[in-house]
Design a protein. Structure first.
Length: 446
């Protein structure tokens, strides 16, 4: 079978999620740095990196571990975390020891629940109402010190938004968004009703909201890992959080604030204050080999502020590069194989690990995605995510093109705001046919 087939008739396929309670047959087995997951290409370790912030020494240490113990690549996740793949199942003790030495395991009992995303350009480009780095440091410390927080699922997500709306759009379980008046909005899930709290108390309020979630989830008997799974929805949880905030002595009120659309940071040079810029780049399909990763760490060490900021869009921001060095440094990163401009063929393209790494996958989705890349997508093209099975691991939010492998090829459709895929079309596993079908689906509505 070659080329595109006719549109498939209804019913549409079940739109599964990797953390959907209907798929659970055991407790939370979300991998971490101490609990390795067995995959077809070896063991997998997921290293939580709150806010995506790594010192260059930590980043270089991860490169060394990936090369010595794994497949030699760093794999970024949609939460700005890092995965090491292809590990020997017996390397857990050495891996944990090195992670601890590197400062990446401040609490063994909390290492899988340190899931925090933060605006990657916060404090770097003059935008935003507040630099959220103090929030990040405080929240991580509070989570690691809380006995109750250790009971959160490895999928529960905090988001810290500096006011620009990038993190608020991600649908985290608990979101803090800075306001220009010094207050903070605390959003539960995707509710438009938010709690307004003093900005300086925001990390404490976020932890309280998470612990209230645990109580509500336990009382419901649902086994919910995330806010979206609560039988009564997020509304009653917000009501209880507001009551608990008031009981804790925090000034709190309510407001209606629509969830923003949000956009990832533009790729390239990001102008900043004080004669320094940040460089924002993407990793093709979220993967970096030793050459690409070393290019980033060397830049951070020699010409930047000594850190990398990993983004939920599988990109990296290097802050603090002297302005006169920024253009040449960006060219060097492009030469190393990183994506440095928004009009790259890789722009907006993501994929799960696929074959041979995942036993559930029906195809080598990363190879097929690379073969079907366009010359460059239009500026307003929808993002596209390639999945090896119905679980769609790592897919984006909002509107996107859903490319799912099946026994006889792929199914291409458009997802609007998380709803069921629209008008799925079957396409053979042929690069030209796939490229044509995906390009047609990526065109936004007129």
């Amino acid at each position: 079978m070659v080329g595109m087939l006719a549109a498939m008739p209804p019913p549409a396929p079940h739109f599964a999620q990797p953390d959907d309670a209907r798929f659970r047959v055991r407790g939370d087995a979300c991998p971490g740095a101490l609990r390795l997951h067995r995959a077809d290409d070896g063991a997998l370790a997921r290293v939580r990196v709150p806010g995506g912030v790594l010192s260059w020494e930590q980043a270089d240490g991860l490169r060394e571990l990936a090369g010595r113990l794994g497949d030699g690549e760093l794999h970024l996740t949609s939460r700005g975390n890092v995965q090491l793949r292809g590990l020997d199942a017996g390397c857990g003790s050495e891996l944990a020891s090195r992670m601890s030495e590197m400062g990446l395991l401040p609490s063994a009992s909390h290492e899988r629940v340190r899931n925090v995303v933060a605006s990657p350009l916060s404090g770097l480009d003059g935008r935003g109402a507040r630099d959220v780095r103090p929030w990040l440091v405080a929240l991580d410390a509070l989570v690691c010190a809380s006995e109750a927080a250790a009971g959160l699922s490895g999928r529960f997500l905090f988001a810290l938004d500096d006011g620009r709306g990038d993190m608020d759009a991600l649908g985290a379980d608990v979101t803090l968004r800075a306001r220009g008046d010094g207050a903070a909005e605390l959003r539960i899930g995707a509710l438009e009703s938010v709690a307004l709290i003093p900005g300086d108390e925001a990390p404490r309020a976020a932890l309280l909201a998470a612990t209230v979630f645990l109580s509500v989830a336990d009382a419901s008997g649902s086994g919910a890992w995330r806010v979206a799974e609560l039988p009564a929805g997020a509304g009653p949880l917000l009501d209880e959080v507001v009551r608990e905030l008031a009981a804790a002595g925090l000034p709190v009120s309510r407001a209606t604030v629509p969830v923003p659309a949000g956009t990832p940071p533009a790729l390239g040079v990001v102008a900043g204050p004080g004669g320094t810029d940040a460089l924002s780049v993407g990793l093709p399909l979220g993967r970096a080999d030793a050459v690409r990763w070393r290019a980033l760490t060397d830049l951070a060490r020699e010409h930047g502020a000594g850190e990398l900021r990993l983004t939920p869009w599988r990109g990296v921001v290097v802050p603090g590069v002297r302005r006169e060095r920024a253009p040449g440094a960006l060219d060097a990163l492009e030469a190393a194989g990183l994506v440095t401009a928004d009009r790259s063929p890789w722009t907006g393209t993501g994929a799960c690990v696929g074959r041979p790494g995942c036993v559930k996958s029906l195809a080598d989705v990363r190879g097929d995605a690379a073969s079907a890349l366009p010359d460059a997508p239009p500026v307003d093209a929808l993002p596209v995510h390639w999945s090896g099975c119905e679980r769609r691991c790592g897919h984006p939010r909002g509107d996107w093109v859903d490319v799912v492998a099946g026994p006889d090829g792929y199914r291409v459709s458009v997802v609007r705001d998380g709803a069921r895929p629209e008008n799925p079309v079957r396409v053979a596993a042929d690069p030209a046919a796939l490229a044509t079908a995906v390009a047609a689906a990526r065109k936004p509505r007129p």
